[in-house]
Ligand binder design. Structure first.
Ligand SMILES: [Zn+2]
Length: 388
């Protein structure tokens, strides 16, 4: 990253100015000034400034390495998105899953109605025990007469057609408006009957609310998510776009507490992976809530000792989730969970410009996180695919 010092110009400049200085007999103070000017000019020429995105130093640290392209135990990914499962062959997907040791994929993008039924039918015909589908609510026109009843009935039909859970996207809280144009809050009373129906049907609700808190902060040199906001500017939020982070998160928690018989899975560790003490306190207060770590493994990989304590204490409340379907990226997840490797790279710089450390979780906790907790919380997963 450093270029060779171009000595030609400063050297010639030195000769010329030395000549002038000697000839004109300037005083020594002025002489010092001139020489320091030349020195700083030469210095400026010697360093190439580099974009933060471009700087990608290869670690010279020599430590034991454990590549983990396949999970130690068969696992269930509870946070996945597949939009084209309604038709066509699922062979390629299953082949990729097998290479990772992923026995069951939970597709959270099931939609509803005929779209969902096509998906569950196609799965039944090909790999009935390798996929679980979650339904989604159509939030168009909340508040219109009969909207809630219609949404509840649709959910019942979707579950009858093979859905085994409900996924709520972050548009609830961010962009969903009612029929008068008002933002629908996550704890809006018009949605209460939906959460209660989930309890009755014994299906979990996996919900993503808000985004990392840094998205609300100034996009400056102090923001840990600066690169993500620089490359994805539309992710920037503010207190009025649409509401403060704390407001959205508080709406979610009020909703969780209002429906204690409904089982919730807070996506992305509820955006508290960087504050596990706070997350632990929330889990203590809300026994119906579980968490999954999709897209936030880099937060755990930078605090392996603290994260290991958290996984030990809340081992029955944590599920394996990944979110974006990029098979190569699962290796980072396995390595953080399973190994005690030190200072290894993360796969996406805008999530983490820092290196990862493994938690080295014991087998009994790994089994819970990889499949036992999901088997308990999500109905109709084929237990025969998993040990014990
Ligand atoms: Zn997602």
């Amino acid at each position: 990253m450093r270029t060779e010092i171009p000595i030609t110009f400063p050297y010639i400049a030195f000769l010329i100015i030395n000549f002038i200085v000697n000839k004109a007999m300037f005083n020594s103070l002025f002489k010092t000034f001139v020489f320091s000017f030349i020195a700083s000019f030469a210095q400026a020429q010697s360093t190439d400034k580099m974009d933060f995105e471009k700087y990608d130093p290869v670690s010279t640290l020599v430590v034991p390495q454990h590549a983990t392209t396949k999970a130690k135990f068969p696992f269930i990914d509870v946070h996945n998105h597949q939009w084209t499962m309604g038709s066509g062959s699922l062979d390629g997907l299953v082949k990729d899953m097998n290479s990772l040791n992923m026995k069951v994929m939970v597709n959270l993008s099931g939609g509803n109605g005929s779209e969902l039924k096509q998906m569950t039918d196609n799965i039944k015909q090909q790999y009935p025990n390798r996929f679980i589908v979650f339904a989604n609510i159509d939030f168009d026109n909340v508040g219109a007469p009969g909207w809630t009843d219609k949404a509840v009935k649709q959910l019942e039909t979707d579950v009858h057609n093979g859905a085994n859970g409900l996924k709520i996207f972050k548009n609830l809280g961010f962009s969903v408006k009612d029929n008068t144009g008002k933002r629908v809050t996550v704890d809006d009373a018009r949605l209460d009957a939906i959460w209660e129906k989930c309890a009755e049907l014994k299906i979990p609700v996996l919900i993503h609310t808000a985004d990392p808190k840094s998205f609300w902060n100034p996009v400056d040199s102090n923001n840990e998510r600066w690169l993500e906001l620089a490359t994805h500017p539309y992710r920037k939020r503010s207190d009025t776009n649409p509401a403060p982070w704390d407001t959205l998160i508080a709406e979610q928690h009020r909703m969780f507490m209002k429906h204690p018989h409904t089982i919730f899975i807070a996506a992305h560790f509820g955006w508290y992976a960087n504050d596990l003490a706070k997350l632990g306190q929330l889990l203590d207060e809300m026994p119906n809530v579980n968490v999954e770590f999709g897209a936030v493994i880099a937060e755990l990989g930078r605090q392996p000792r603290r994260a290991k304590q958290f996984f030990s204490k809340y081992q029955d409340r944590i599920l394996f989730g990944k979110d974006s379907w990029a098979p190569d990226e699962y290796a980072t997840y396995f390595r953080v969970l399973e190994t005690e490797d030190e200072y290894f790279p993360y796969h996406k710089k805008y999530h983490a410009f820092w290196a990862m450390y493994g938690m080295g979780l014991p087998d009994d906790i790994l089994r819970k996180v990889y499949y036992k907790n999901a088997l308990r919380i999500i109905p109709n997963i084929d237990k025969a695919l998993f040990p014990e």
